[in-house]
Design a protein around this ligand. Structure first.
Ligand SMILES: *Cc1c(COP(=O)(O)O)cnc(C)c1O
Length: 390
């Protein structure tokens, strides 16, 4: 039999034979202490963990399923997607080192780099979000320890040639860590393209239901894995069994949710692109997008998250648009079953490079609603944009 696809393996991981009579899903073991029958058993690691910090069964199953999905040697779970970025950076970078990352990196990642890492003697350099791999590689210096990749970039969705960048970084002796939340380990698998550490906010598509905060860190090299394991151990980081259980439940259906949400997102993005109020859509999956060719080459699917640059500025008009919507939730985050919309223009101020967009920046995360209903809602929002004099 040929190797089953991701969609099958994410489910067959639950039904595999040889484990005795049991529920389909692992029990939620709420435990700090795990008891042993005999004192000798307390030192026998083959009997399972002796303390909750070492992970209970739902976390173990989630780690194994994510490792299988990402083609990883090992996956670590941390309390948020942000921690999935910060933990490997803390594990791999030392004072005096330099980090190279995109000017379009996730905002809290930038805050961590410029506050926590800078205070510990680490220099951060930013490259243009749409730079080609050679231009980024040319910025790698002898001090560059980590190239922190984010593709597509947050808010503006530029894509990098990750495989070429990873190859160049490796040749220069730098490690690569990629925030792959948009690719979710499903539409894109960084480890297969030469990246050393693939991280994602499990909060988004894996959990899929806006009820869990978690991060996943996938590695293929045992030495890097050890550095991350020790950093987690030294800080005492851990995820709760309830959260691991919820994330595992979400993971089983992620391929179907993501595929359907991306399909709706493409429909809605194409519709928005045809509207006179809209200047540009920022969505690599949309034909004509500047990153479309790279996306088509490297990705087997897409997230349902994209940007909309309106024609013209006007905070009041943008707020009138968003306030007029009734089906889109006003809320941060993405990848859940529900559609969300945010106004992002002010976030661009944090960038180093040229940031001037020609209009207000709106971000849309498309959920599982009927796309026709969502379009009808957006039509009402655009009417409010037009009616606003702000
Ligand atoms: C949301 C997000 C994160 C952080 O996830 P949290 O679980 O909210 O901390 C990291 N990277 C990207 C690109 C994100 O969009």
């Amino acid at each position: 039999m040929k190797t089953p696809t991701d969609r099958t393996r994410l489910i067959s991981g639950a039904t595999r034979r040889g484990q005795g009579r049991r529920p389909v899903n692992p029990p939620i073991e709420r435990a700090s202490t795990m008891l042993s029958d005999r004192v000798g058993d307390m030192r026998d690691d083959t009997l399972g963990p002796t303390y909750g910090l070492d992970g209970t069964s739902a976390a173990r199953e989630l780690r194994a399923a994510l490792a299988d999905l990402e083609g990883a040697e090992e996956v670590f779970l941390v309390p948020s997607g942000l921690a999935a970025v910060t933990v490997p950076v803390m594990a791999l970078v030392r004072p005096g080192d330099e980090i190279l990352t995109t000017d379009a990196c996730y905002g809290p990642t930038r805050r961590f780099l410029s506050r926590w890492m800078a205070a510990r003697g680490v220099t951060v350099r930013y490259h243009a979000p749409d730079a080609d791999a050679e231009a980024v590689a040319a910025m790698i210096s002898d001090r560059t320890r980590v190239v922190l990749i984010e593709s597509p970039g947050s808010l503006t969705f530029e894509m990098l040639d990750v495989a070429r960048l990873a190859e160049a970084a490796t040749a220069r002796g730098a490690l690569t860590v990629m925030d792959n939340t948009w690719g979710a380990g499903l539409a894109y698998k960084p480890l297969e393209h030469g990246v050393d550490v693939s991280v994602q906010a499990v909060t988004k598509y894996v959990s899929g239901h806006s009820d869990v905060l978690m991060g996943g860190i996938a590695v293929r090299d045992a030495g890097i894995g050890r550095a991350i394991a020790e950093t987690m151990e030294d800080h005492g980081w851990h995820v709760s069994p309830d959260d691991a259980w919820l994330a595992l439940r979400g993971l089983r259906t992620m391929p179907l949710r993501m595929k359907e949400q991306a399909r709706s997102a493409l429909t809605i993005a194409a519709w928005m692109q045809g509207r006179p109020e809209v200047s540009r859509i920022l969505y690599p999956a949309l034909p004509g997008d500047t990153a479309h060719d790279l996306w088509a080459r490297d990705y087997s699917g897409a997230a349902s998250l994209f940007g909309v640059v309106m024609k013209g500025m006007g905070k009041v008009r943008a707020e009138a648009f968003l306030d007029a919507l009734s089906l889109f939730g006003l809320g941060y985050s993405w990848g859940g079953f529900e559609s969300l919309v945010t106004h992002e223009t002010h976030q661009m101020a944090y960038r180093e490079g040229p940031t001037a967009l020609e209009g207000e920046l709106i971000r849309i995360s498309v959920g599982l609603e009927d796309p026709d209903d969502l379009i009808a809602d957006l039509e009402i929002g655009l009417a409010a944009w037009n009616a606003s004099t702000g």
